[in-house]
Design a protein around this ligand. Structure first.
Ligand code: A2P
Length: 339
């Protein structure tokens, strides 16, 4: 590794950006300098890193001179505008937005699933959608063992996936309700407190949402198999941290629940929690603040010849965003593609 490794975090004041800084610190990422970037609104603010308060600079086209790695989580439009400038300056971008994910020139990577896709990067690497990341970590070992034909997934997604303003909105709505005040509704189309919204991201012409389409298309790209059919229903629930997913899987070869449990418990990045007799199964509360993808409720689907039902939970800000991005950077270092 070169002696210098300068890392920028674009969107450093946001929910994911702050977690990126925390993750770099917690995993002892060998950055020699960390530069937090955000909009002009945040100039004058600081963000914590390794016991210090780092001043936030404005993200600009020329922010990336001398920067080796940039972790972006500042929205799709910002990534579309600034990631090419970063790449042109010789910086490797790991982008958490949906802006580049389906670009055939851009690897879309989950380290437990397709680290080899990093080998041909051209300066921009995409971090997948949060719900997709945790699902493919669980699907990959099952696909390797029994070939997946079709997946039907329903999600229960935390508000932190929308960003800090949504965390504040759920908190504000609950407080307003208990204090008999008017309930502010700004972030989502409807109240999220004590409600479930079958609406994440915008609606498409055929009735799916863009979030559902992301899960359907990104899964094929990450798994490197266009033949896997996926349908998704994505739902926002009043949970702060941790996405949960009910995943139904149809395979070519039969896997018993015991076989699936064994395969999943040996797979990288997964913790199996599956003891219904003791009320043991993963929950959002289990995953919040944790790194692994938790899998439970593993059972054979009574309605299919070769079918499994599983329940997959992970911290959407960690494995679903910041941790996955930092793991990508760690693999770039291992492969000597960075620094
Ligand atoms: P800022 O705090 O200055 O608005 P979240 O997903 O939690 O809402 O966070 C979004 C992050 O993206 C924040 O750090 C935000 O900075 C940053 N951001 C949003 N728009 C821009 C922009 N046009 N240029 C730079 N950073 C941006």
């Amino acid at each position: 590794m070169a002696s210098e490794l300068v890392v920028a975090v674009a969107g450093a004041t946001g929910a994911v950006g702050r977690e990126m800084l925390k993750t770099l610190e917690m995993r002892n990422f060998p950055a020699t300098k960390v530069i937090p970037l955000a909009s002009s609104r945040s100039v004058g603010k600081t963000v914590p890193y390794k016991g210090q308060e780092l001043p936030v600079s404005e993200l600009k086209e020329d922010s990336f001179q001398g920067v080796h790695l940039a972790l972006f989580s500042a929205g799709g439009g910002t990534s579309k505008t600034f990631a090419p400038h970063a790449a042109k300056a010789g910086c490797i971008v790991v982008d958490n937005s949906s802006a580049w994910r389906m670009d055939p020139e851009v690897p879309l990577v989950v380290p437990e699933v397709n680290p080899d896709h990093l080998d041909n990067h051209k300066g921009i690497i995409a971090n997948p959608n949060c719900s997709t990341i945790q699902m493919v970590v669980a699907l990959k070992p099952i696909h390797d063992a029994a070939r997946i034909k079709r997946v039907v997934v329903s999600t229960y997604q935390a508000v932190s996936g929308t960003g800090q303003k949504a965390i504040d909105e759920l908190d504000g709505q609950v407080r307003a309700m208990y204090n008999n005040r008017d309930i502010p509704v700004n972030v989502y189309a409807h109240r999220i407190a004590f409600n479930c919204l079958p609406h994440i991201d915008r609606f498409l012409d055929d009735g799916y949402t863009f979030e559902e389409e992301k899960m359907m298309l990104e899964t094929k790209k990450i798994m490197g198999d266009d033949s896997i059919r996926v349908t998704a229903t994505t739902v926002r629930v009043p949970v702060f941290y941790g996405h949960s997913e009910a995943v139904n899987i149809e395979t070519e070869r039969k896997l018993t629940a015991a076989e699936a449990r064994d395969i999943l418990s040996k797979a990288p990045g997964i913790v199996v929690m599956d003891d219904p007799s003791n009320n043991e199964y993963p929950m959002a509360l289990t995953a919040a603040g944790q790194d692994p993808v938790f899998v439970g409720r593993i059972r054979e689907d009574r309605s299919l010849e070769n079918g499994l039902d599983i329940w997959v939970v992970a911290d959407n800000i960690r494995k679903g965003a910041a941790l996955n991005a930092v793991q990508i950077a760690e693999i770039l270092l291992q492969k000597k593609l960075l620094g």
